[in-house]
Write a protein that binds this ligand. Structure first.
Ligand SMILES: [Fe+2]
Length: 367
């Protein structure tokens, strides 16, 4: 199985992994032969990358960090929870309080399941493995940020209670967007000043809601308030700097930006993970905490399995395995030689000293 961007997809290719709809139901089943019409339709749904199955990638299996069933259960919990908490904020009676308490408990339960799943996953994170079509990006985004932030908290060696708080803060960080119209959140063009102000208000709105719920620790509420703050003071809402920013928010901002740029939106396709990491590095120390960017890179699949790549010696192939502690130097199944001629596939491990000078220079190569 290999990963390609939709623009590389040709009629006749066979789908490697099922594509799901908003409700978690299979929309296109694994093995479907893609027609020009289907490819066009996927483009309309803003799908940026898909997995296909072919001979040259046979035997390369992609394992989800979070099984699709848990992912959909988690997204449903987040969707319902957002509204229950928002309802509480506008109408604080006993019934809504009980509902929001229930919502918090289900968030805690789902987060425990995610953590369990992550702890059992000894691979770098690859969240491209489940393709889902959705209208409201916020719920998928909240879950992804929670998974990335949790992984980063683990890489930081933080105690379990702190990891749980960060995971909860990550799930709820964009809660305030329930008050921002979807047309503004999904607007393809440039936002007007007024619209931008409305988008920015989600931090304070989320914080105000969360701090009223006594089951939520205050630092968790601060995740909503501070996740758009940046190290050099260029962020919002308060323009906090360096150590004025809560350490949870420093973790969250890295996870938040990485997921935002590597997820397709209505107005732009997604970046591949290695480009997302480059973007974080461009802001390391100025926008983002340097240590968090470095640690983040260790836990995420920069070159996910199945990605087609070109090497600096001209050979090309497919990432067949990643090396957990050298995620930028995976195992490559070589398909073409230096002269772009097909060869009998063989594997080279870029993390070994035999291949120290070999580097990946291009991803999503045409094979
Ligand atoms: Fe946000």
């Amino acid at each position: 199985m290999r990963l390609i961007t939709l623009s590389r997809c040709q009629p006749g290719m066979k789908l490697g992994k099922s594509i799901y709809n908003e409700k978690g139901k299979v929309l296109l089943v694994q093995g479907t032969e893609l027609s020009a019409r289907l490819i066009k339709r996927l483009g309309k749904y803003h799908v940026s990358t898909i997995y296909i199955e072919d001979e040259i990638s046979e035997g390369i299996e992609i394992i989800e960090a979070i099984p699709p069933e848990l992912r959909f259960e988690a997204e449903n919990t987040i969707t319902e929870g957002f509204y229950q908490i928002a309802e509480l904020a506008s109408n604080k009676n006993l019934q809504t309080m009980m509902k929001s308490e229930r919502a918090i408990r289900s968030f805690q339960k789902i987060f425990k399941d995610i953590l369990h799943s992550l702890n059992g996953n000894h691979q770098a994170l690859n969240l491209l493995a489940t393709t889902k079509i959705h209208e409201n990006y916020v719920y998928t985004h909240s879950l992804n940020v929670s998974i990335y932030a949790c992984q980063l908290a683990i890489e930081n060696g933080l105690p379990l209670k702190t990891i749980e708080d960060i995971g909860m803060g990550a799930m709820l960080h964009d809660l305030g967007t329930v008050f921002v119209p979807l047309e503004i959140l999904n607007k393809p063009g440039k936002l007007t000043d007024e619209e931008y102000e409305q988008v920015q208000s989600h931090c304070e709105l989320g914080f105000e809601m969360l701090r009223k719920i006594h089951e939520i620790p205050l630092p968790v509420a601060h995740c909503a308030l501070q996740h758009h703050e940046r190290m050099d003071g260029s962020g919002y809402p308060r323009g906090l700097k360096e150590n004025e920013i809560h350490r949870y928010a420093k973790i969250l901002s890295v996870a938040d930006v990485f997921d935002a740029v590597t997820s397709p939106r209505a107005y732009r396709p997604s970046m591949l993970p290695h480009k997302g990491i480059e973007l974080l590095y461009a802001g390391s120390g100025t926008l983002f905490d340097r240590k968090q960017v470095d640690l983040f890179k260790e836990g995420v699949a920069i070159y996910p399995q199945g990605l087609t790549v070109v090497l600096n010696d001209g050979r090309s192939g497919i990432v067949s395995k990643y090396n957990y502690h050298s995620v930028g130097r995976p195992v490559i199944r070589v398909i073409k030689d230096e002269g772009n001629q097909d060869v009998k596939p063989y594997e080279i491990d870029l993390s070994t000293k035999d291949y120290l000078t070999v580097e990946i220079v291009e991803a999503d190569a045409l094979l």
